[in-house]
Design a protein around this ligand. Structure first.
Ligand code: ATP
Ligand code: MG
Length: 579
């Protein structure tokens, strides 16, 4: 049993769909590659919160490990202290656990390998495979060349080993300012792959790190760090997204140019008896979703500018936002399985994510009634003070979810939209002189409409057919069924309705200069005067409910209080996106 077995089973990955990565791993196991081991890792940089795209990578890495009795590490690739923080580290761990996965052993940090990485850099210098370069970052960019032109050698490319070793030690000791020197691999300035043109391995940065404090003032680059961290942890399959495809030659170059024994010695596999085999990188396509954006830089900017109400704003594509919106871990895992894993980039329709959450909540969310925009009705043939306790099923298809008490009395609320004085053709709800069924209760008829001095409807006076509880009305058909809440017993709540955050399918497209110009101004609508049936607040049967005819809602975990419950609409009942 591995750590993530439970979530993997829960999400149904016993019958997990095959994809090219699952097939590759099956083949590797059949071939006895990596000594029959499967060890993956999820390697976030703690420079923001996780989003739904990361969930795809998390599900893939943890599931393929669990399916093959392997392990999956959580490793923070924390090589850029300027953009990282402990807040992000904590949020990422919390999000992964919430999704239903648990990493193998302790949380890993690339920063914990800084000394080892430094020692390997010394090894590369000693092999004449790296040198200290004095070009400024701007000069280095100039020397690098372009896609069509080869680069130029740095004037320091032939610097002697001893001199480079000395300079690297002095860089580490803090003798030089930021940018004065860098350590570069000596590969090929004419390579058609720009990543291979003597890439930088270390840069000087006089800045404290969230894990290592002020121990270091030189920091290794991502490319240099990632492959060695994988090798240290005994990773077999290093799964990443397609933008790293062109970095794979560098990944392999670094690992293959270090002494295998020196890697093995410091790896988790040291002394384990397993054959030590280098990790291999495989790329898959990123998840892209329409009507949202996933670039961490843009997401952070929206948070910092107050465009949204934090990383966990329910309109954000972050896991924290989706969670607060009422998405369930199972729905997100199912969505990640259903989008599949391949090497071709495509944009997934938001309606697929919505389908996944509707599917889960339809099965698991108890039903209740909530009137968002109340219109009072007085039922003239029900006496004042008289209360009838109706017993309603919590779920139409699942008796095991039990029943609840719904009080019915003389004054009730219905939704304003369910009454029309001058109904359009085909309107099946309440009209003057017409009848409608109150869900789980009686058929009522609208006898009169009462208005204020300005002609606004104040309330309706209706009469109930008291023979119609659980029975059809005699001699006539009543088509419409509407939801309602007892005025005396109902509880006032705040309801937040969400719409897409952007008005365009791809707010990050090159054609759009500034995503702020395509924000949907109506992405959040707040209703302060909604009324919910009392059982929802009194017995807290669930975190999520289906409010009949209005959608799925959850109690907001941050702003809700017992004095004023706040409900977030997770999703409407029907697809509203495919217009
Ligand atoms: P940055 O813009 O900071 O590079 P990133 O989204 O790539 O952001 P990382 O923290 O590097 O952030 O991502 C961690 C892992 O998640 C990486 O292996 C990355 O490939 C994967 N990942 C990131 N975005 C997606 C996505 N949209 N779909 C699938 N996997 C993703
Ligand atoms: Mg990245």
């Amino acid at each position: 049993m591995t750590d993530s077995d439970n979530a993997a089973k829960e999400s149904g990955s016993a019958a997990a769909p095959s994809n090219f990565i699952r097939n590759m791993i099956t083949q590797d196991l059949a071939d006895g590659k990596h000594g029959g081991r499967v060890h993956t890792r999820f390697p976030p940089e703690p420079n923001g919160y996780l989003h739904i795209g990361h969930a795809k990578s998390i599900c893939l890495n943890f599931s393929v490990a669990a399916e093959n009795n392997g392990y999956c590490n959580l490793r923070f690739d924390d090589t850029n202290p300027a953009k990282e923080s402990q807040e992000y580290v904590d949020a990422i761990k919390d999000n992964i656990r919430w999704l239903g996965f648990d990493w193998h052993g302790e949380v890993r940090y690339s920063s914990a390998y800084f000394q080892l990485l430094y020692d390997f850099a010394v090894q590369l210098i000693n092999k004449d495979l790296a040198y200290v370069c004095s070009l400024s970052p701007e000069q280095a960019r100039e020397y690098r060349g372009t896609l069509t032109e080869p680069g130029k050698n740095s004037p320091d490319r032939d610097r002697s080993k001893d001199e480079s070793l000395d300079l690297l030690a002095r860089m580490k000791a803090g003798e030089f300012p930021d940018g004065a020197y860098s350590l570069r691999a000596r590969i090929d300035m004419a390579s058609p792959n720009i990543n291979m043109r003597d890439p930088v391995l270390y840069r000087i940065r006089h800045i404290a790190h969230h894990q290592t404090g002020s121990d270091w003032c030189i920091y290794p680059t991502y490319d240099y760090t990632h492959c060695i961290s994988d090798a240290i942890e005994g990773i077999t399959h290093s799964l990443c997204t397609l933008e790293f495809e062109d970095h794979r030659p560098l990944y392999d170059w670094i690992l293959h140019n270090l002494d295998l024994e020196s890697l093995q010695e410091v790896s988790d596999l040291a002394g384990s008896g397993y054959d030590y085999v280098l990790p291999e990188q495989t790329e898959f396509a990123k998840l892209k979703l329409n009507y949202t954006m996933m670039g961490k830089r843009n997401l952070k900017e929206m948070v910092d500018a107050g465009t949204v109400d934090g990383w966990d704003d329910p309109r954000m594509p972050t896991l924290a936002g989706l969670r607060r919106r009422g998405f369930t871990p199972a729905a997100i895992r199912n969505f990640c399985e259903s989008v599949g894993v391949s090497r071709s980039e495509s944009v997934v329709d938001m309606s697929m994510l919505e389908h996944a959450i509707r599917d889960d909540l339809d099965k698991h969310a108890p039903r209740a009634m909530c009137v968002l925009n109340p219109l009072k009705i007085v039922i003239s043939n029900v006496e004042e003070g008289q209360v009838q306790h109706l017993n309603m099923a919590n779920h139409p298809k699942d008796e095991a979810m039990g029943r609840r008490d719904v009080p019915f009395a003389r004054e009730i609320y219905i939704d304003r939209a369910d009454f029309e004085e001058e109904p359009p053709a085909g309107f099946k709800r309440l009209v003057p002189g017409g009848e409608v069924r109150l869900r789980g209760s009686y058929v009522i008829r609208c006898d009169s409409v009462e208005k204020d001095a300005d002609g606004n409807i104040e309330r309706l006076v209706c009469s109930a057919d008291l023979e119609t509880l659980g029975k059809r009305p005699e001699g006539r058909k009543v088509k419409g069924v509407i939801h309602w809440v007892s005025a005396e017993h109902g509880v006032p709540v705040t309801v937040r309705l969400y719409d897409r955050l952007f008005n365009v399918e791809n707010p990050e497209s090159k054609d759009i200069e500034d995503y702020r110009t395509v924000l949907n101004p109506d992405s959040l609508q707040v209703t302060e005067s909604a009324i919910v049936e009392p059982s929802v607040v009194s017995d807290r049967r669930s975190d999520s409910y289906q409010f009949e005819r209005e959608g799925y809602f959850c109690l907001d975990p941050v702003d809700s209080s017992s004095e004023k419950p706040v409900f977030n609409r997770t999703i409407t009942l029907r697809d509203s996106w495919s217009s």
